[in-house]
Design a protein around this ligand. Structure first.
Ligand code: BTN
Length: 291
């Protein structure tokens, strides 16, 4: 059996190198975690923009200390796991995971025909099932350029944007998945991990550069069009609950609680769907307007 996976490295280099000077792409048969590897490299001073793809991760990581489970399946790549690392200097970092999620959703589902939704702050869903997750980490940039930069410029950090996208049904151990899984193969039959990477990589790089320049505000309306939580009853980590009513121009989740509208930052709380209010699109908009 041919176990070789044909990744579009040359085509992606051609597309991404003009956008990201010094860009390189690397495919590893196995690594603990593409995020961990790029973070290690950044700490060792390697700040070149890099797209690192792993055919298998042995210690894939998710948000909030969770793991991202992937299985070896004879070379077909049952999931797409990669990280894009690059120096970024946005005015503010909040909303970055939402811009990344939008880049993924819009590149995989441009006309919204597949119904891909974004669950704040970082999950890509279809019909309440999780198709992909995003883990963003940053490390200080301590290269010579940083020393030279000064004045009022925002500080640059090396951002590692990790993406895990299910391609086939995950064979995860019982109980390993908190949310039922969706996979790309059921939405785009025949779509492989390399084909998915070819679709998402350039839009992701464009999104990161646009975010660096303009922040989250220009993405706000597009996020609203795919907001999986809009109008839903949610529970916050502190035990309080409310109704999600969109994200603000800074990418903070707005939750209408008994004590008023709270703006939630991703690091402060984890959200848990506590109930589903069946609201139509029209009442979604009304709710969002009311917040
Ligand atoms: C989440 O849903 O909590 C985020 C999952 C992110 C998984 C990806 S897979 C590639 C990259 N490397 C990792 O270890 N994690 C991210």
């Amino acid at each position: 059996m041919d176990r070789h996976i044909d990744w579009p490295t040359a085509a992606l280099t051609q597309t991404l190198a003009p956008l990201l000077p010094g860009f390189g792409i690397e495919v590893l048969a196995q690594v603990d975690s593409t995020n961990s590897e790029l973070m290690r490299r950044a700490r060792a001073g390697n700040l070149a923009p890099t797209l690192l793809v792993a055919e298998q991760q042995t210690e894939g990581r998710g948000r909030l200390g969770r793991s991202w489970v992937s299985t070896a399946d004879g070379g077909a790549a049952s999931g797409l796991t990669f990280s894009l690392g690059l120096p970024l200097a946005p005015q503010a970092w909040s909303g970055l995971s939402l811009a990344v999620g939008l880049a993924l959703a819009e590149s995989l589902d441009p006309g919204n025909a597949l119904g891909l939704r974004l669950k704040w702050p970082n999950d890509l869903l279809r019909l309440q099932r999780k198709l992909a997750g995003v883990l963003i980490e940053t490390s200080a940039c301590s290269g010579p350029n940083e020393a030279a930069a000064g004045g009022d410029l925002p500080a640059s950090r090396f951002a590692v944007v990790g993406v895990g996208l299910n391609i086939t049904a995950p064979q995860a151990p019982l109980g390993a998945l908190r949310t039922p899984a969706a996979w790309l193969g059921e939405l785009l039959p025949g779509c492989t991990a390399p084909a998915a990477l070819a679709r998402v990589a350039a839009p992701l790089a464009h999104a990161l550069l646009a975010f660096e320049r303009y922040g989250f505000a220009p993405w706000q309306a597009r996020f609203a069009a795919r907001d999986a939580l809009l109008g839903q009853a949610v529970e916050l980590a502190d035990g309080s609950s409310g109704v999600a009513c969109g994200v603000c121009a800074r990418g903070l989740l707005q939750v209408r609680t008994a004590s008023g509208v709270q703006a939630i930052e991703s690091s402060e709380v984890s959200l848990r769907r506590s109930g589903v209010s069946s609201v139509s699109d029209a009442s979604d908009s009304a709710l969002a307007a009311a917040c």
